[in-house]
Every structure is written in C-alpha cells, then in structure tokens.
Design a protein around this ligand. Structure first.
Ligand code: IMP
Length: 199
C-alpha cells in the first residue's frame, strides 16, 4: 500500500482524515507517529499554513504528505479566531475556554450569536512535484451554550445552515458527510492526484 503522511499532530484531525482516506487504500501515518517536528505556521491564511505543514512533512519523510489547516471564522469577530483557532485554546488546548472566549467577545460587541463558517484548506505535497491545494467551507451560526460531546474544537457551538443539531451533537458520519473537511476532500478526490498515488 502507498504510504501517506498526515502532517498534523491533532488527534481529532487524524481520526477524521484517516476515515476519509481509508477507503482509497492509502496507508496513513501521522506526523506525530513519525516524530516529525511541527513547523511554525507563519502564513497569513489557511492555504499558506497548509502548504508549510505539508511541505515540511514531505521533505522530512520523503513521502507524500497531506496537511489540513482549518479554523472557525466568526463574522461578528471580523473572522476571528480564524487561523488562530487552535491558539485561542491556549497551551492546554482547552476548547471550552476557547468557545467561552468567542461567546464573551461577541457579548462585548452586544451580540448573542453570529454567522460564521468553518474553513478547511488541504495541501498535498509530493516530493519533487508541485504542491496541490484545495479549500472547503461550511456556513452556519454560533450557538450558546455549546451542545454535544462529539467532534472536537468548536464543534459544540456551531450550527450549520439547515441543521437542528450542532456539529458536536451530530453522529460523526453525518458531520463527515457535510463538513468543510469533507468538501475540501471532495475537491482533492475530483482532482485525481491522490488516486494516482495508489499502487
Ligand atoms: P490547525 O491545526 O492550526 O489547523 O487548527 C485548527 C483548529 O481549528 C482546531 O484546533 C480546531 O480548534 C478548529 N477546527 C478545525 N476544524 C474543526 C472542526 O471540524 N470542528 C471544530 N473545530 C475545528
């Protein structure tokens, strides 16, 4: 089987991306499992940061590497936390705290809820080939208090358009069917470059 590195140390993402890649017959290994260092995410947007992570992992492992850079963008906070979504959770990666911060900052602006969206940027770096990039998003609004124990990150405070359950309440397969990550993956699959890797 062809090996591919998932250039992430986030266990929530590893779980979701491994679920999406398994049916393709790719042997998925994470950057964390390989002990690869985490590069600094210095770009100003999701696609730029996905490229940094994918290219660093491909170079260090000499294997194809796929990176996801994603986040939660809240209109009432001018797009924050955005590319800083993970950092808002602090060193302890405490997303109850990060969700409270979103809620409190909206409150400071006199808002009890706001439109928002999740973005997922994917970069596929193949040694000695050009990096390919894809972006998916899903729109909805914030809810308070957070609801549900599934998913990860900001899932419990996000209600996608047309849904009655937050991403935290949905069964994982229902979230996977409509998420920003699923949409970015759809574009990656349609491109054909990934299936071209499978021997
Ligand atoms: P990254 O590792 O810098 O891309 O961090 C992305 C952060 O965005 C994650 O740690 C989560 O807080 C948030 N995020 C991204 N995708 C999702 C999702 O599907 N659900 C909930 N939060 C997400």
């Amino acid at each position: 089987m062809t090996k591919i590195v998932l250039a992430t140390h986030n266990p929530g993402k590893v779980r979701e991306i491994a679920d999406l890649l398994r049916p393709l017959g790719l042997d998925v290994v994470s950057a964390g499992e390989l002990g690869l260092p985490e590069p600094e995410e210095t770009a100003k947007d999701f696609l730029g940061n996905a490229c940094i992570k994918a290219e660093a992992a491909a170079q260090a492992s000499n294997l194809p590497a796929l990176a996801d850079d994603s986040g939660f963008c809240v209109d009432g906070l001018n797009g924050d936390p955005g590319i800083y979504s993970a950092r808002w959770a602090g060193p302890d990666k405490d997303f109850s705290y990060a969700m409270s911060r979103v809620h409190e900052e909206l409150g400071l602006k006199g808002l009890s809820e706001s439109r928002g969206h999740f973005v997922c940027a994917l970069a596929l770096a193949i040694p000695s080939a050009e990096t390919r990039m894809f972006e998916g998003r899903v729109s909805g609004k914030t809810v308070w208090p957070p609801r549900g124990g599934h998913g990860f990150g900001y899932d419990p405070m996000f209600l996608a358009d047309g849904q009655t359950q937050t991403f935290g309440e949905m069964a994982p397969q229902d979230k996977h069917a409509m998420s920003h990550r699923a949409r970015a993956f759809q574009l990656l699959l349609e491109d054909g470059v990934l299936t071209g890797l499978v021997r």
